[in-house]
Write a protein that binds this ligand. Structure first.
Ligand code: ADP
Ligand code: MG
Length: 313
């Protein structure tokens, strides 16, 4: 029979990363089981400890010394239910999730799940949040590619770094967000005389095309007009994010100010038109802080003042 001290020795060797000790104790347990006639248990333990180790999974963090600066592994705070967007957008995002979950079924019929996604549109409308949500809904790490560190002013270096980024993408399944993607995806016409921008974009497009990994690649930008339109054909999905309309604004206010009784949300929503989701959430936080610190009630007049200040800022 397995003794408590053997279990403790197993745990200790695991905690201390002492593989040799772990093996030795496991073999002792197997022998002890055999001695008391538990042949099956003995054989199973013996088989488990002597079978070939499976290929080690690359650890995501730290990725590797000089690669570290190119990636940021970020927290996942949001789920799908937190995203307040127009129905078309949420349907698009849900479809990406469904196709990822059911990718085996699709592959059987020679179909690929959507996994190269371009998000563009106004700042503060949920592009970064969407990438984060894909990671949390799909139980994948959320990795932001430091576009600012990838694109450097040295000729050739950017291409090498992009190559290394795509190596990691193909080795470690995760959601990779290329934020401020315009640094890579700027129109080839808006180039300097040596054509470096053109080369960066061409390199990216080639790497993107050859990527058949199981990672999800999200490129996001607020700067739509600068993007090379050739890009749109290279992604599986392109989604435009817009400032929230009345229904979405009302929903944000209801969620952010749910503790305040009797607020005319529909009326307050009208004041917020023209602001982004992020700005409206910040205005709600301002209102709640003001109410707490100055013991003031949040009402239509105090809230509309806060919104006016935000619009002037
Ligand atoms: N569509 C949205 N639904 C709910 N909250 C949002 C939405 N868009 C933005 N936010 C809030 O604003 C913050 C910043 O949004 P973010 O996704 O970074 O915007 P961007 O489109 O600039 O990437 C988020 O962390 C979230 O709190
Ligand atoms: Mg963003």
């Amino acid at each position: 029979m397995v003794k408590t001290d053997q279990i403790v020795a197993l745990i200790r060797s695991h905690v201390n990363n002492d593989d040799e000790m772990f093996r030795r104790v496991a073999l002792q347990i197997s022998a002890a089981e055999a001695k008391v006639g538990h042949a099956l248990a003995a054989a199973t333990i013996h088989e488990a400890i002597t079978s070939k180790p499976t290929k080690p999974i690359m650890k995501l963090s730290p990725i590797n010394n000089d690669m570290d600066e190119l990636f940021m592994v970020c927290d996942k705070r949001y789920r799908m239910k937190d995203l307040i967007v127009a129905v078309e957008i949420s349907k698009n995002v849900e479809r990406i999730i469904k196709e990822y979950i059911e990718q085996d079924k699709l592959h059987k019929y020679n179909l690929e799940n959507r996994r190269k996604i371009l998000l563009y549109g106004a700042s503060g409308t949920g592009k970064t949040m969407t990438a984060e949500i894909l990671a949390s809904e799909l139980n994948l790490p959320f990795v932001v590619v430091r576009t600012d560190k990838v694109v450097t002013k040295f000729m050739g270096e950017t291409g090498l770094k992009l190559g290394r980024v795509f190596d990691v993408i193909s080795n470690i399944p995760a959601v990779y967000l290329f934020d401020e993607f315009d640094a890579i995806g700027t129109q080839r016409g808006l180039d300097n005389e040596v054509g470096e921008q053109r080369r960066i974009l061409n390199t990216f497009l080639q790497l993107l095309e050859h990527d058949h990994s199981s990672s999800i690649i999200v490129a996001a930008t607020n700067n739509f007009s600068a993007l090379d339109k050739a890009l749109f054909r290279r992604f599986d999905d392109t989604i435009e994010y817009k400032l929230p309309e009345l229904a979405e604004v009302t929903e944000i206010l209801k969620r952010e100010l749910c503790r305040v009784k009797g607020l005319p949300f529909d009326t307050l929503a009208k004041y917020c038109l023209g602001l982004s989701h992020a700005e409206i959430k910040m205005a709600c936080a301002d209102a709640r802080k003001e109410s707490l610190l100055y013991n003031k009630k949040i009402d239509e007049s105090s809230f509309s003042n806060i919104i006016k200040c935000r619009k002037l800022a």
